[in-house]
Design a protein around this ligand. Structure first.
Ligand code: 13P
Length: 257
């Protein structure tokens, strides 16, 4: 049985003050819910990690970062290491988000190094993969998923992959209000799971969690979560408000009943 994981990717939103306010609100609301069956993760900007950690300690909410560098320390101006994230209270780190691939030159090679660094620092990597609209229309969705997953996971052992979460995020559905239909999401998730069976084995395919991301909202979470290979969501815009993120977690919990 794969445990549902709902993560909020706050992207470059929320000052420290706003982040404290949002995480306090979420803690209050989610505390009331019986969400023991769900991993809830907040991924604020680096500047707010420690403060959000202070708010959510002793709650059932966990902390994640949005990126890391693959070395522990050194002369790498502007970078943050896995060791630093761990110390700040993180358990998770998003790696290879399409915005990083698109705007910051992230490649499968850098993604792969970052995954290894995350695992070495006992952080759970959330490996993002997904096609652009152009790639989908050209019938290349599965090729892109294979490229992102297979190369991102190069050299990762079975022990390693079992600690990784994969996020399928079709680029055309991110921040656009266009969600992949539950059928499209299920098809992509199933493809990734079958690929894991080929790259590793059935046990890995059965255990690795695959989240969907791209315009997830309270209105579409139920149908997405009803798909057999959708194990959670990576939420952008709707994670920035207490009401919408709480609603998403609540509705995901209802599907589990
Ligand atoms: P939206 O939910 O705003 O579409 O963002 C999705 C995303 O990129 C999460 O990582």
């Amino acid at each position: 049985m794969r445990k549902t994981i709902i993560a909020g990717n706050w992207k470059m939103y929320k000052t420290i003050k706003e982040a404290i306010e949002l995480s306090n609100g979420l803690k209050r609301e989610l505390f009331k819910l019986d969400n023991q069956d769900i991993d809830v993760v907040l991924c604020p900007p680096f500047t707010a990690l420690s403060e959000v950690y202070e708010v959510i300690t002793e709650s059932n909410i966990m902390l994640g970062a949005q990126n890391l560098y693959w070395l522990d320390e050194g002369a790498f101006t502007g970078e943050v290491s896995g060791k630093m994230l761990k110390e700040a209270g993180c358990n998770f780190v998003i790696i290879g988000h399409s915005e990083r691939r698109q705007f910051f030159g992230e490649t499968n090679e850098s993604v792969n190094k970052k995954i290894k660094a995350a695992l070495a620092n006992e952080l759970t990597p959330i490996l993002c993969c997904g096609e652009t609209l152009k790639e989908r229309e050209a019938g290349k969705t599965f090729d892109v998923l294979k490229d992102h997953a297979q190369n991102g996971l190069a050299g990762i052992s079975k022990e390693g992959i079992l600690k990784i979460v994969i996020a399928y995020e079709p680029v055309w559905a991110i921040g656009t209000g266009k969600t992949a239909t539950s059928v499209q999401a299920q098809e992509a998730h199933k493809f990734i799971r079958d690929l894991l069976a080929k790259l590793y084995d059935q046990e890995v395919a059965g255990q690795v969690r695959i989240q969907y991301g791209g315009s997830v909202k309270p209105e579409n979470i139920t149908e997405l979560m009803q798909q057999p290979d959708v194990d959670g969501a990576l939420v952008g815009g709707a994670s920035l408000q207490v009401a919408s993120f709480t609603d998403i977690v609540k509705k995901a919990a209802e599907v589990l009943k």
